[in-house]
Design a protein. Structure first.
Length: 225
């Protein structure tokens, strides 16, 4: 197990107007292309539960987030979900990732990322895929003691975390009062992970908008080999 802590760095409604079925980096798709360019980098992005409850047109700017990530020369795959069952949806993501792998896309060219509930589903997807070369980014997805997310996170850590494989980037804000680091799960798995903590004062809502402070590290992680 390799652990690096970088410390403080003080289902589905298609997104109309953002989704495309072309296969050029810099665009957003609602599902993987049937004939993917194997030289491109692919990023699956899953939003938090706020959008499930309140839709895509409020404070949580999911459309802008997907569009901003696409500007980083990634092929971004994402959609607006409603009433998501995390286990079922992680199965959908795992199937889509497997389709890219079967089409010849190298595992190192694929990143699965998500915020909050999307981050939790990112870990579920890793446990399903069990591919050591796929990358995973968990943004504020692991519940702290006393939060509404803690029970499901502890259950996953105790029962399924050992099945995870891959390379992980774990990101959160120091003022988040519901989620933080994922060490409980990460240390039970044979994975490499890097912790990245911000101190913006925005807490869980930092990831509601495409702030460069977290967009750029995520894009760099997805673009890396």
């Amino acid at each position: 197990m390799s652990i690096q802590n970088f410390g403080r760095v003080i289902v589905s409604v298609v997104l109309i107007g953002l989704m495309s079925h072309s296969v050029h980096a810099g665009e957003v798709l609602d599902s993987p292309p049937p004939q993917p360019d194997t030289a491109k980098k692919y990023l699956f992005y899953m939003h938090g539960r706020h959008v499930e409850r309140r839709g895509p047109n409020g404070a949580y700017e999911i459309g802008a987030i997907l569009g901003r990530l696409a500007k980083e020369e990634l092929i971004v795959i994402g959609e607006v979900r409603s009433d998501t069952n995390p286990r079922s949806y992680s199965g959908i993501i795992s199937t889509q990732v497997t389709a890219l792998l079967d089409a010849g896309v190298p595992a190192k060219n694929i990143t699965v990322a998500g915020h909050s509930r999307g981050g939790f589903m990112t870990m579920l997807s890793s446990a399903r895929l069990q591919n050591k070369s796929v990358k995973f980014a968990v943004l504020a997805g692991c519940g702290i003691v006393g939060s509404e997310f803690r029970r499901s996170y502890e259950r996953f850590s105790n029962r399924r975390a050992r099945n995870m494989l891959g390379r992980f980037l774990i990101v959160w804000d120091a003022d988040d009062d519901v989620t933080r680091e994922c060490d409980l799960a990460m240390k039970k798995a044979d994975v490499e992970f890097r912790n990245l903590e911000f101190n913006t004062g925005k807490g869980h809502r930092l990831f509601y908008r495409p702030d460069p402070i977290w967009i750029e590290p995520l894009a760099n992680f997805a673009l890396s080999d």
